[in-house]
Write a protein that binds this ligand. Structure first.
Ligand SMILES: Cc1ncc(COP(=O)(O)O)c(C=O)c1O
Length: 315
């Protein structure tokens, strides 16, 4: 197994953190919910995952507006009235990071049914919204640089006849979790899920890219993927440096024949995949294009590429 430590460096003491809950900022440990909270029982919460980076010009949140837009899109799909405007949630996110005194972090906006009645029905149930932020390192630890080993799992990615795949609903992640557990149990670092039709879909919380025959390729929407914001960033960055990108259907065996494979995600950033199902990708080391794109991405999130300054919100 590669030398990875999954979960980032999120072991931080929470006692100095502030949480924004329903319009009020409070100490992390003062934000409480009853154990029978609907969204704990039924997985009916919904969320976003955002990163803020420490740049030379101070802390910058990466693609804040796009993440907040996706948060509202998820709410629309799951028919939850958040009770706030997009700009109010953007302000709450900024306030939470500033008041928690974090120069770089992972930010988690979350909406949930706060009723503690037993029963699935949600009509007449209040919705709560919180924003929390925690210090967070590389999601795959050293694997972010040295690469990770993945397993294509027997658990297929949910499809939109079962659950809305474009929404970040908590319940969707039980599918991701089953795939992840299978991969770990089998001695791998992470899962790659195929779609119900057997096409390459994505990781449990990551989109996937393959580089082969001088093209960068990533599954299109028909593979029931979550439309990742990092995926979109990498497509734009790659095109800006002259790499041709295709959004296409791909078969599982292309994971074995590709020159390079990597994951993208807010948490995972750009993580090389060096082995799939025991088969080395290329020569079993992170490839040149992957490393180049990872460097470009780092420059972009750290505000060192003026072309993409539009994606940073300095706070
Ligand atoms: C299922 C799934 N796919 C892909 C991604 C990557 O999306 P993003 O780049 O917006 O973080 C995530 C993370 O949010 C995810 O949960």
């Amino acid at each position: 197994m590669a030398n990875t430590k999954k979960g980032g460096s999120d072991s931080a003491d929470r006692s100095k953190l502030k949480v924004w809950l329903d319009g009020r900022l409070m100490n992390y440990y003062d934000a409480k919910v009853p154990i029978l909270t609907h969204s704990l029982q039924y997985g009916s919460g919904m969320f976003e995952g955002i990163r803020a980076y420490e740049t030379e010009k101070g802390t910058a949140i990466f693609r804040l507006k796009d993440h907040v837009k996706r948060f509202f899109r998820t709410a629309k799909i799951y028919q939850i009235d958040l009770g706030y405007s997009e700009s109010a949630i953007e302000k709450a996110i900024i306030e939470c990071v500033v008041q928690s005194r974090l120069s770089s972090c992972y930010i988690r906006p979350f909406a949930f049914y706060n009723s503690d009645r037993v029963g699935l029905a949600t009509h007449g149930t209040d919705v709560s919204v919180y924003v929390a932020a925690v210090p967070f390192g590389a999601y795959y630890g050293k694997g972010r640089d040295s690469g990770i080993r993945c397993k294509t799992t027997t658990w297929r990615r949910i499809n939109s006849e079962i659950l809305p795949v474009e929404a970040k609903g908590s319940g969707n992640y039980l599918n991701s979790l089953m795939a992840h557990k299978e991969a770990i149990r089998s001695g791998f670092d992470e899962a790659i899920m195929l779609s119900a039709q057997g096409r390459i879909a994505e990781g449990p919380a990551e989109n996937i890219f393959l580089y082969m025959n001088d093209y960068l390729m990533t599954p299109d929407y028909s593979a029931d993927i979550l439309i990742g914001i990092t995926r979109d960033s990498i497509i734009e960055i790659a095109r800006s440096i002259g790499i041709e990108v295709l959004e296409v259907e791909m078969h599982k065996e292309e994971l074995y024949t590709a020159d390079e494979v990597f994951f993208t995600g807010t948490a995972a950033e750009i993580t090389p995949i060096v082995n799939v199902d025991g088969v080395d990708v290329g020569d079993g080391k992170p490839g040149k294009i992957t490393k180049r794109l990872a460097r470009e991405y780092t420059d972009v999130v750290l505000g060192k590429n003026s072309r993409f300054a539009k994606w940073l919100t300095y706070i």
